[in-house]
Design a protein around this ligand. Structure first.
Ligand SMILES: Nc1ncnc2c1ncn2[C@@H]1O[C@H](COP(=O)(O)OP(=O)(O)O)[C@@H](O)[C@H]1O
Ligand SMILES: [Mg+2]
Length: 322
């Protein structure tokens, strides 16, 4: 498994808290934006706990409809519902003595929340359609990118369950708020993906790293991993260069550059056309209508943009100083 990178103060604080809580049986609520490392942290907590030798069972509450989710979680007896031709133990039973990770917990229906609460309070439950009460000893780690307190206020989430899960709360900060982690994360991913794709270990050029440092990463660590994997695959030399990074990263850099120097009218036009095309998902007829020009005129401008962009963008990115 991966090592958790935590060099920034914010991430060190989160990991320190995770370490402290890991050795107890307390339920933990881990929150943070998508891709910031909630899953990674739940694995970390399990691996540092006395339950490390037992199962780590994960269930994603967002992907399954309520009835299927309950069947997955609690299991069922034969004949519990049409299609239940055989009894099946649930994930909860598999997590006995281990850790149960409930991903995207905010998606749990109110009905399932009630069942889960009972399981937490009495450490027992029944399979769907079952009479036998099953005892279970599972440590819960709940993950969410939603604000559960808001959900409680909207009465979409039970407050009693919230307090049961929220014994210890760990907030994983977004990547843009822990730039100190970026270099080590990037180099770790370069190594891992060079390995995965059978490439000799590549190096990350200073320019490429600098550009990554300037990027916002709305998709957090997961987005960084994807960007680096792609770069490892497309790069030809032994170093990953700026040209191997995705357009999203390079474009963000040129746009930020532009903020520091006043853009020309032509540049503003180009930016605006891009913005409208993004908003219309590339629908040229609709974009032309919004821009107040003919479709033909739009096509001509796009052709011109494409021509100047190849050279233009490269030189702009190349010129960014460290
Ligand atoms: N601090 C970290 N150190 C190393 N790898 C990390 C770290 N945080 C996240 N990752 C990796 O980034 C990817 C996304 O993280 P994940 O835990 O799935 O995010 P989330 O559950 O918050 O959406 C995973 O491949 C994970 O291993
Ligand atoms: Mg996740």
């Amino acid at each position: 498994m991966i090592e958790i990178v935590a060099l920034s103060d914010a991430m060190r604080e989160a990991v320190r808290l995770a370490e402290r809580v890991a050795t107890t049986d307390a339920n933990v609520l881990v929150t943070g934006e998508s891709g910031c490392g909630k899953d990674a942290l739940s694995w970390f907590i399990h691996s540092r706990s006395q339950r490390a030798g037992e199962s780590l069972v994960k269930i994603d509450c967002a992907t399954l409809p309520a009835d299927l989710l309950e069947a997955e979680l609690f299991g069922y007896e034969r004949g519990a519902f049409s299609g239940a031709t055989e009894a099946k133990p649930g994930r909860l039973e598999a997590a006995h003595r281990g850790t149960l990770v409930l991903d995207e917990i905010a998606h749990l229906s109110l009905d399932s929340q009630a069942k889960l609460l009972r399981m937490i309070e009495h450490r027992e439950f029944e399979r769907l359609g079952g009479r036998k009460t099953i005892e279970v000893d599972a440590r819960l780690v709940a993950l969410t990118n939603a604000n559960l307190k808001d959900a409680v206020e909207r009465r979409a989430f039970r407050d009693d369950l919230f307090y049961r899960l929220n014994v210890v709360h760990i907030e994983v900060p977004p990547l843009r708020e822990r730039r100190k982690d970026l270099e080590a994360l990037s180099r770790g991913f370069v190594r891992a993906y060079s390995d995965k794709h059978g490439r000799a270990a590549k190096k990350l050029s200073t320019d490429a790293l600098w550009l990554l440092q300037a990027y916002d990463f709305p998709g957090n660590v997961r987005e960084l991993a994807n960007i680096i994997e792609r770069a490892v695959i497309v790069s030809v030399g032994e170093r990953i260069e700026v040209s191997d990074l995705t357009d999203s990263v390079r474009l963000a850099a040129t746009q930020r550059d532009r903020k520091d120097r006043r853009p020309t009218l032509a540049e503003i036009e180009v930016d605006y056309i891009r913005e409208i095309l993004a908003a219309t998902r590339g629908n040229k007829t609709e974009a032309a209508r919004i821009l107040g020009i003919s479709r033909k005129n739009l096509y001509e401008r796009l052709a011109r943009m494409e021509k100047t962009e190849v050279g233009g963008q490269r030189s702009e990115v190349g010129e960014t100083d460290i």
